[in-house]
Design a protein around this ligand. Sequence first.
Ligand code: PLP
Length: 372
Amino acid sequence: MNRVLKSYWGNPSSGYAKGKMSAQIIEKARENVAAAIGAHSHEVYFSSCATESNNALLKTVSNHFYPEKNKIISTPIEHPSVANTLEYLKTKGIDVQYCPVDSSGRVVLKELEAMIDDKTFLVCCMLANNEIGTIQDIKKISAMAKAKDALVFSDCVQALGKIPINVKELGVDYATFSAHKLYGPKGVGAWYAKISCPLEPYIHGGSQEEGMRAGTESIHNIAGFGEACKHVDKLISLSMKNEPLKKMFITELKEIKKDLIVNSPIDNCLVNTINLTFPGISSGELMKMLDYKGVAVSSGSACSASSNKPSHVLKAIGLTDDEAQESIRISFGVKTKDKHIKYALKVMKQYILEEKNVKELNSLVKLKESGL
Ligand code: PLP
């Protein structure tokens, strides 16, 4: 990226040599992204982030089909960049319906099948959930949609670099990606649109990105995305190595807190993601303490961190508001080591035991005050 910033300053749309050199950087990156997802490079479009990609596809595909077909079927656990775009589309006349998920966050396939009808132009389901890590059976979902002549859109942002992705094998028509989820730069995303599928311009202007997303490209970011995609296989195997660490972490936490609830499913789940409920403990307080001790965890998605509402994902899998407010999401990185997990366990143990002591003391004080 540094090299591109320093030397490839030519505008990729310009005909002079320096411009052509920049254009080559973009096309090389496009090939690398395409190779990482099993697509042809002319099916890959760059954008500023996955939020933009999700907006672009959902809005323009809806525009293409509406009003002849007006129905999208999605899930109640999508990332806010999909969920809020769907809510916006509802105000424009699109009939958005949500297929329920089970307690693991898995789409109830029988219900989905029954919901797809001849008005449905799109089935929209993420490949891996960002809060609990659930991986969906997108192949089956695609087959169901195809049987009823509907297209399939999948937000694959969390999955790239963690599990192998081949858009052709998944059978999806549209998919979205973000570089910063696989150690690439922030500020660049991509979308995949199958060659035969409808696509309309999202940002109008010049002819960049085949006229679908006009505007001079962020070449260094795109180069960074392409570079990250070259390492997808290595990232996946490094991520898989976290499996025993994850098991050890959960087992030891259960020793410390017997009523711990593990919201992430055991099977078909991203290895790096764990969602836990600590009954009786506020996730906000726990997060603050962990942050103070140098352990970065979150509740919900980063995009809804400021809303303070209980997570829509946890509610959809059956948690109460209180349980959702007592839940945190812990993510492992490819550099997470045994010693990091042990340190996190140590500080959590201290906090949980202290919290228990404070609660017991408070109830003793209450008992004394009531004269019992
Ligand atoms: N979709 C999912 C599943 C995500 O986890 C995220 C980001 O966390 C996004 C979309 C949005 O990505 P970006 O930050 O590139 O807009």
